[in-house]
Design a protein around this ligand. Structure first.
Ligand SMILES: Nc1nc2c(ncn2[C@@H]2O[C@H](COP(=O)(O)OP(=O)(O)OP(=O)(O)O)[C@@H](O)[C@H]2O)c(=O)[nH]1
Ligand SMILES: [Mg+2]
Length: 327
């Protein structure tokens, strides 16, 4: 890795919108070295006042639904509207495959050479929670560097969807029509966390089924409880391949922003997300700490024996362990 700079150098480079510097700053916050972590924290303190001024959009959907193609199309559209677009990813498989979005970067041909776009693959080391933390900090860095649309991609499997939901302002789910069970997403409960459904590949023979699926989803969405944002999730059809529906999508995001900034949810949601993020970090650290205590402790073993042999009731073992832990 290239040599470390001073905080002022990182900061100036970042605030001037230098893409190389942005990439280096993200590498810094992803570093596991203690000295780097100190630098990273100082950097985050410096840039925080310059962060936050973006629309953060999460994008999810099953493999093959067209996430990369959509991001290429929509990202390019956004830059044409005068925006600067950063693309980040949370990929639970990336620790195995070294980050599939790396391959995507070549698939996002136009966007990856667009001077107003920045694409960064998912951090690949550590727990999913740890990776999410790095992505959250990367969002702040991108914002400080002047990116006003942040697209966070994740594969529509497992826990990563909720993780991304909890770090963005707007969660977009891509789906396909005619995949057999139109309401699969609803069954999985994912509809409850999305702000919009886009039926992708609404082109050629698929155009009609896509329109029909959109109507079905619109009806089904009314069955769900109202979201805290007081926003009724929207359903649209798009073709990422033919670059159709990007304007509708953009208008929808603008409408959402206006709606939630007016009713206060936009700001409140971000505050809640920060609190939840902090609580998660505390929880992970406390658990780690407690596990250390448990591993290297003879008193623990003795108490366990006492418990198993029925000498002490659970509550007594609990209290004496807690006392020992708190020291
Ligand atoms: N006809 C049509 N094909 C599309 C459209 N969007 C994407 N595709 C095709 O669908 C395939 C998968 O698209 P990707 O963008 O790679 O999908 P993805 O969701 O990123 O897939 P993973 O990265 O594997 O999760 C590619 O062959 C695309 O060309 C579309 O709107 N219409
Ligand atoms: Mg992809």
């Amino acid at each position: 890795m290239s040599k470390r700079l001073s905080i002022a150098e990182y900061c100036d480079g970042l605030l001037s919108g230098d893409r190389v510097m942005l990439a280096r700053c993200i590498t810094l916050i992803e570093s596991k070295l203690d000295s780097d972590q100190k630098l990273a924290e100082a950097l985050l303190n410096e840039i925080l006042p310059h962060a936050g001024k973006s629309m953060r959009v999460g994008i999810s959907g099953v493999p093959g639904v067209g996430k990369s193609t959509f991001i290429e199309a929509f990202g390019t559209y956004l830059t044409e509207q005068g925006h600067k677009v950063a693309v980040l990813a949370i990929d639970p498989s990336s620790s195995l495959s070294k980050g599939s979005i790396l391959g995507d970067k070549t698939r996002m041909n136009k966007l990856s050479v667009n001077p107003n776009a920045f694409i960064r693959p998912s951090a690949s080391r550590g727990t999913l929670g740890g990776v999410a933390s790095k992505t959250r900090e990367s969002i702040l860095l991108c914002e400080a560097a002047g990116y006003d649309f942040i697209l966070v991609e994740t594969v529509g499997v497992g826990q990563s969807e909720t993780l991304v939901r909890d770090m963005v302002d707007f969660f977009l789910l891509l789906m396909l029509a005619g995949a057999g069970d139109e309401l699969q997403g609803i069954k999985r409960g994912i509809m409850e966390i999305c702000d919009a459904l886009l039926i992708n590949k609404a082109d050629g023979e698929n155009a009609k089924p896509a329109k029909r699926a959109a109507a079905d989803y619109r009806n089904a969405l009314h069955l769900f409880r109202e979201q805290e944002s007081d926003w009724i999730p929207k359903v649209e059809t798009v073709s990422s391949l033919l670059i159709e529906g990007m304007d509708k999508t953009y208008e929808m995001l603008q409408a959402y922003k206006l709606h939630t900034q007016t009713n206060g949810f936009f700001e409140k949601n971000r505050q809640n997300q920060d609190v939840a993020w902090l609580m998660e970090m505390l929880r992970e650290e406390l658990l780690r700490d407690f596990k250390n205590f448990q591993m290297n402790n003879n008193f623990w073993k003795k108490e366990m024996e006492a418990l198993k042999m029925g000498i002490s009731p659970v509550r007594t073992v609990f209290r004496s362990l807690m006392n020992a832990y708190k020291g």
